[in-house]
Ligand binder design. Structure first.
Ligand SMILES: Cc1cc2nc3c(=O)[nH]c(=O)nc-3n(C[C@H](O)[C@H](O)[C@H](O)COP(=O)(O)OP(=O)(O)OC[C@H]3O[C@@H](n4cnc5c(N)ncnc54)[C@H](O)[C@@H]3O)c2cc1C
Ligand SMILES: *[C@@H]1O[C@H](CO)[C@@H](O)[C@H](O)[C@H]1NC(C)=O
Length: 498
């Protein structure tokens, strides 16, 4: 069957939903402009639904209420530093400058209380927003955001105007080429194997990254073969489809070898070798969690950027003596490099006991009563552990200075907690910095001459060039909202100009 829509958005994660909503909003006064959203899974949400640490923004109501001094400039500097100078400055400028509007959009337009702030690795101020627990119940940030947007889209789909349609179970297999070399729509396959076509004026690619390729790595094998064998946090749908679709039309790929390894994926005691791992949210360290090797010693600034913390775990926790493991884990079954993540009670309170309870129920986190109990659980020498924790608190009380590992932000004291929460963590494939080369108006650029491919836009993890060689925590949800909405604006402009 062949249908028609002015704008087709491919991928129902945060970038795709933001694009669809913005396009609907922009064209609300234009009669007959239609938007179709195609999602290959049975439900929308993608990896966006899994996000647990938060979304970045400066000069937000939350920062103001908490008296945080911050600026677009400081945020842009942190982002560029984290990307080791490889980020496109124009793209970073828009990301950071539009961050206030992005968080405000979620707060005002969707009533999301993004009122908890954390200072995560590589940030010079607390600017990563997430939701407070409600009555002890966790309100995971990614899930909350995509649910709110999906609800709004659902209302559009049901409003009888025919302006919006969502099709799930619709896997796009090809982009239709127009005679001028631009894009004329998409071809997709439904669950029962039927093939359909939708003709369109503009196509927005929002298919996410390829960090979920799993057992059949293609992009990973080609661009980052050194990561073979590492577990991933991503859903199995993250297979880089959009990169293939756009490459077939001559799109340029950039920084494809830059795949982020997140330092802390949870190793489950009962299933240490599982290739898919639950993420130990960066906010666990942001709120005061520390990392220890199997001897009970620290080895890194827990709030350094992800690439550095990952490198430290590989470097310091990869021998039988230093690799952390669960008591119950038979040797050889878990990952070859792992650390203990330990939160004192105060950090646990700040992170949210409801969310920790969720991790505990999954068998990822355990509780220990006091230092001796913790030492026994980790099977480390209690004297060594006590020394480690005391040294941390001493450094913490020497304000303004950094400790032996370069740590200068110490959220909570660790030595005298009445209880500790701990788990085993290992580096995991997490995010693709690289992807389609795009410009600040979200136009996908051609490899041959750098010119935009007419009618083809992209936003979210499918794009590359914004994060350089290391994405800063909380910048991905932000890019989905900023560039997703930009794609919606650009698409509606292109349609209305026809
Ligand atoms: C566990 C976890 C925690 C994270 N935590 C954070 C965090 O706290 N803060 C932060 O900023 N970032 C975080 N990230 C990163 C961030 O969530 C993602 O990078 C971001 O949400 C990607 O959004 P997206 O819309 O580009 O892609 P996705 O949300 O992955 O959506 C892409 C969608 O496209 C669909 N699709 C793919 N191919 C096709 C096709 N051929 N046809 C039709 N549909 C297709 C997929 O099924 C999917 O639903 C986290 C990631 C993970 C995995
Ligand atoms: C950054 O992106 C802009 C377009 O948004 C482009 O004009 C510029 O050339 C890019 N810079 C680099 C260094 O690639």
């Amino acid at each position: 069957m062949t249908t028609r829509a002015n704008i087709v958005v491919i991928g129902g994660g945060l970038a795709g939903m933001s694009a669809a909503l913005e396009a609907l909003h922009q064209t609300r006064n234009a009669v007959g402009v239609s938007v179709a959203l195609l999602e290959k899974e049975a439900r929308t949400g993608g990896n966006s639904a899994k996000a647990s640490s938060g979304i970045n923004g400066v000069l937000t109501r939350t920062q103001k209420a908490q008296g945080v001094a911050d600026s677009v400039k400081a945020f842009a500097r942190d982002t560029e530093r984290s990307g080791h100078g490889r980020s496109n400055e124009t793209l970073v400028h828009k990301l950071t400058e539009d961050s206030t509007a992005a968080v405000t959009w979620l707060q005002k337009e969707f009533g999301l209380d993004l009122d908890v702030l954390a200072q995560l690795g590589g940030h010079s101020a607390p600017r990563t927003h997430r939701r407070p627990e409600v009555g002890g119940k966790p309100q995971p940030v990614g899930w909350s955001i995509v649910s709110a947007l999906a609800e709004r889209l659902g209302a559009f789909a049901r409003d009888g105007s025919g302006r919006f349609r969502l099709e799930t179970g619709a896997r796009v297999t090809q982009l239709l080429k127009a005679s001028d070399g631009g894009v004329a729509g998409a071809e997709y396959e439904t669950a029962n194997g039927a093939r359909h076509r939708v003709q369109a004026d503009v196509v927005v690619l929002a298919t996410g990254g390829f960090a979920g390729e799993g057992a059949r790595p293609e992009f990973l094998r080609q661009f980052a073969p050194q990561l073979a064998g590492l577990a991933s946090t991503n859903g199995a749908f993250a297979t880089g489809d959009g990169l293939r679709l756009a490459s077939a039309l001559g799109a340029a790929l950039v920084d494809m070898d830059q795949v982020q390894v997140h330092p802390t994926g949870f190793v489950a005691a009962a299933d240490p070798a599982n290739p898919t791992k639950f993420l130990a949210a960066e906010a666990l360290r942001g709120e005061g969690g520390i990392l220890l090797d199997a001897q009970g010693a620290r080895f890194v600034d827990e709030l350094d950027t992800r690439d550095r913390v990952t490198a430290a775990i590989f470097h310091h926790c990869a021998t039988p003596d230093t690799c952390a493991r669960h008591n119950s884990t038979t040797s050889g079954q878990g990952p070859s490099a792992a650390a203990f993540l330990v939160l004192p009670q105060a950090a646990a309170d700040r992170f949210g006991l409801g969310s920790l309870g969720f991790y505990a129920k999954m068998g990822l986190v355990s509780r220990a009563d006091g230092v001796d109990d913790l030492a026994a659980a980790l099977r480390v020498d209690a004297k060594v552990l006590r020394k480690t924790l005391d040294a941390y608190d001493t450094a913490r009380s020497t304000s303004g200075q950094s400790d032996a590992y370069g740590k200068s932000v110490f959220p909570e004291a660790v030595a005298a907690a009445e209880a500790y929460f701990w788990g085993v963590v290992t580096p995991v494939i997490h995010y693709c910095m690289g992807g389609l080369r795009f410009d600040v108006r979200t136009r996908v650029l051609r490899a041959a001459d750098g010119a935009p491919i007419r009618g083809l836009l992209a936003a979210g993890e499918v794009t590359g060039g914004l994060h350089g060689v290391n994405r800063l925590a909380g910048n991905s949800l932000l890019e989905c909202v900023v560039y997703g909405r930009e794609a919606g604006r650009q698409a509606s402009m292109e349609v209305e100009a026809l």
